[in-house]
Design a protein around this ligand. Structure first.
Ligand code: GTP
Ligand code: MG
Length: 204
């Protein structure tokens, strides 16, 4: 009888590379890079963990403003790539200094980073877009990078409400429907589809 070896930590498909506060940080080797962007508390870190199937890899918190630096993860599945967990925007309760540094980091990342392959832009399915979301829509439109909109926390709504909200948010932000997907990090809904979309983008 053959026994199977227990998986080693090194067998994990994703590993944490580091936290950086400089959006121009050079990460070697250069690989395709997909960044997670969205309001504070929208579920970026949770979605990243759901995608790679490792709970707690990216730090999740019910308190907005958890992610404060650009956290980089390497995914080794098919063609290797980086996932970047960015701080959230639009969190009013943090200090002015903190907020300014998040904005500078996100702004630098979006406007000056050369290695970005695509952006995953998260929007809470329950809420109409905020003023910051609308500003982000303009910034992303100007930047011209490939953007996939992800409606998060779908487990909080019923099927009909999901459809109505997805349509309303898509329209409010001037997105097209093919550019959007619905997910729940809690139930796993839409996660396999998102993984496939990202794999196709990085293979690209
Ligand atoms: P910041 O780092 O503060 O910008 O937040 P974030 O966007 O990384 O959000 P995070 O993943 O830390 O999740 C925020 C809260 O939402 C946590 O309490 C999560 O458990 C919860 N959450 C995230 N995704 C889902 C989801 O799909 N369904 C439900 N019900 N809750 C979720
Ligand atoms: Mg986070």
């Amino acid at each position: 009888m053959t026994s199977r070896a227990a998986p080693k930590a090194s067998d994990a498909i994703a590993t944490f590379l580091g936290s950086f506060s400089n959006p121009m940080e050079v990460i070697e080797p250069v690989l395709p890079e997909i960044a997670f962007l969205g309001r504070s508390n929208v579920g970026k870190s949770s979605l990243l963990n759901a995608l790679v199937g490792i709970k707690g890899l990216a730090k999740v918190s019910a308190t907005p403003g958890k992610t404060q630096t650009m956290n980089v993860f390497k995914v080794d599945q098919g063609r290797p790539y980086y996932l970047v967990d960015l701080p959230g925007y639009g969190y009013a309760k943090t200090s002015k200094t903190n907020r300014a540094s998040f904005v500078a980091l996100i702004d630098g990342y979006l406007n000056r980073r050369l290695t970005v392959t695509g952006l995953v832009w998260l929007l809470d399915i329950r809420h109409d877009p905020s003023a910051e979301d609308r500003t982000m829509a303009e910034i992303l439109g100007d930047r011209g990078l490939p953007v996939l909109a992800i409606f998060t926390k779908a487990d909080k709504l019923g099927t009909q409400a999901i459809r109505t909200q997805a349509r309303a948010i898509t329209r409010a932000l001037g997105l097209n429907e093919e550019q959007a997907q619905v997910t729940s990090s809690k139930t796993g809904a839409g996660i396999a589809e998102l993984r496939a979309t990202i794999a196709a983008a990085v293979a690209g």
